[in-house]
Design a protein around this ligand. Structure first.
Ligand code: SF4
Length: 492
């Protein structure tokens, strides 16, 4: 999972790209980069948090009124500068790209590029392959001409070619020197991509394309809906917007965005993330009442912050007290993002402090957004027990996660997923809780799709039900991809 943003503006874009990355920081904390352009590219990349990478001087030196930026959360490649986006190449003309997602057939495509086309790939990330595929599509075309309609048609053909060649998930923003800003979203629309517009005093328009709407308000952009599955957009140098759906398949945005990843103030695919989480809490409470009609906790405590919203409505539905009985230090990153298991487990105690007044002698229900490996949840339970809880129940707003994700979220191998190999009772014992409840898949889908003028046909929930929407993933592929990811983790 990563955060991407592209801006076309009448004025310089670097500062706004920087501020956008701050608003996308929750989508990746490993590294970040900004690329702007006028007649050439200007770049600044670094490892770490956005505020650690960019100085005011850096931002001032990034000239131009078109640019793209990226904040990185690794699901492919490692922890080094060569893997930090945006990436760019000088032929044809100068094309830069930032990508959120994952190419399932990265290895085959990389082999084709390096061994058949004799090109060099300088990174270990699939985004570089995507950039080459896009550049290939523009390569043999005479787009130097000033016919912007013709250029857009060439861009659409190039992206269509990507759609038939690259399988997996990809939302991308790109800059073509001398032409403008391009963005596209894979035909299933797995990863999000939203569009915003701002009207200047002289009536001209600025545009933003981003993973989430989180920065729109701060930067003065109005949300203008989503880039559709299989859609390409192009903003030329005079600010004219072109858009076209070049290929469409079943619209299957990632449901885990609503559960965990996206910020609650985002609206993705016409569904408010905040409202969907409230509904997750409602549905989960309904399930609790069915399963445990005679058991009522004294207090519902969220594992902060992602599950706060679901815990609030869960407590409301049960008619019990919602309590922030675990205080979170906001200056430590989310544990799910930390790549190393031991580090993850240790960091829980740095990050969360239990409040004795809210816990001691109480029947506590801890509500978390999901249980991935189980190690974080177990650590939280231990802490709550140490602070004197009488009984502990655990509820997950997400159904059991049993399958790896190959579409850009770090759920890499079944070995690490507790629900892939343990029964419900074994998980309950591992966590050390008195009762354990998971959301039902249908209830999760209902929570996300109940409201909003959306066109979601069937959200991707492959990590829960094993149905991979791109259709080209079988047991053999899963084993190969699991091995590949494990190898990358061990190397970095
Ligand atoms: Fe999202 Fe899970 Fe699908 Fe991955 S497999 S894209 S995490 S729903």
């Amino acid at each position: 999972m990563c955060g991407i943003v592209g801006i076309y503006s009448q004025g310089p874009v670097a500062a706004e790209l920087h501020d956008s990355l701050i608003h996308l920081q929750h989508r990746g904390q490993d590294a970040a980069g900004i690329l702007t352009c006028d007649e050439r590219f200007y770049t600044k990349h670094g490892l770490g948090l956005v505020r650690e990478i960019f100085t005011v001087d850096d931002v001032v030196k990034l000239h131009g009124n078109i640019g793209i930026a990226h904040t990185r959360y690794p699901t492919a490649g490692g922890y080094n500068l060569a893997d930090v986006q945006p990436l760019w190449i000088g032929s044809p003309r100068g094309i830069a790209l930032a990508h959120n997602g994952n190419l399932v057939n990265y290895k085959e495509l990389a082999t084709e590029i390096t061994q058949k086309k004799h090109r060099h790939l300088n990174s270990s990330i699939d985004s570089e392959v995507l950039l080459h595929l896009f550049a290939d599509g523009l390569d043999d075309k005479n787009y130097v001409q000033d016919d912007e309609e013709a250029f857009f048609s060439i861009v659409c053909d190039a992206v269509k070619n990507i759609f038939t060649t690259a399988t997996g998930s990809y939302s991308a923003v790109s800059v073509v020197i001398g032409k403008g800003l391009v963005a596209f979203r894979d035909p299933h629309g797995i990863r999000p991509l939203v569009l915003g517009e701002r009207t200047n005093k002289n009536g001209s328009k600025d545009y933003i394309v981003a993973s989430e709407t989180t920065m729109f308000y701060a930067l003065g952009f109005e949300p203008k809906g989503d880039i559709q599955a299989g859609e390409v957009i192009f903003v030329n140098r005079s600010g004219k917007l072109f858009r076209k759906i070049v290929q469409k398949k079943q619209f299957s945005p990632c449901i885990f965005e609503y559960v965990y990843f996206a910020r609650p103030d985002s609206t993705l695919d016409a569904v408010s993330v905040y409202r969907s989480r409230l509904r997750m809490g409602q549905n989960l409470a309904g399930h609790w009442k069915e399963k445990y009609p005679d058991i009522l906790p004294d207090v519902v405590i969220p594992a902060p912050f992602t599950s706060n919203t679901a815990a609030l409505s869960f407590a409301h539905e049960l008619g019990v007290r919602y309590s922030e009985g675990l205080y979170k230090n906001p200056f430590i990153g989310r544990t799910f993002i930390m790549p190393d298991g031991q580090q993850r487990s240790r960091s829980v105690r740095y990050k969360l402090t239990p409040q004795r007044t809210e816990i001691q002698d109480k029947k506590v229900l801890i509500l978390d957004d999901s249980i991935v490996r189980g190690t974080t949840s177990r650590e939280i339970v231990k802490m709550v027990r140490e602070f004197g809880a009488k009984e502990i129940y655990f509820a997950s707003a997400c159904p059991p996660i049993k399958h790896p994700c190959f579409y850009g979220v770090d759920i890499p191998s079944r070995k690490e997923l507790i629900a892939a190999h343990d029964t419900l009772e074994q998980i309950r014992e591992f966590l050390g809780v008195d009762k354990l409840l998971y959301q039902k898949i249908d209830d999760l889908v209902e929570a996300v799709t109940r409201r909003g003028d959306h066109h979601i046909e069937r959200p991707c929930m492959a990590c829960m039900d094993g149905v991979y929407v791109t259709g080209n993933i079988n047991e053999k592929t899963i084993q190969e991809l699991e091995k590949q990811r494990e190898k990358e983790r061990n190397e970095f």
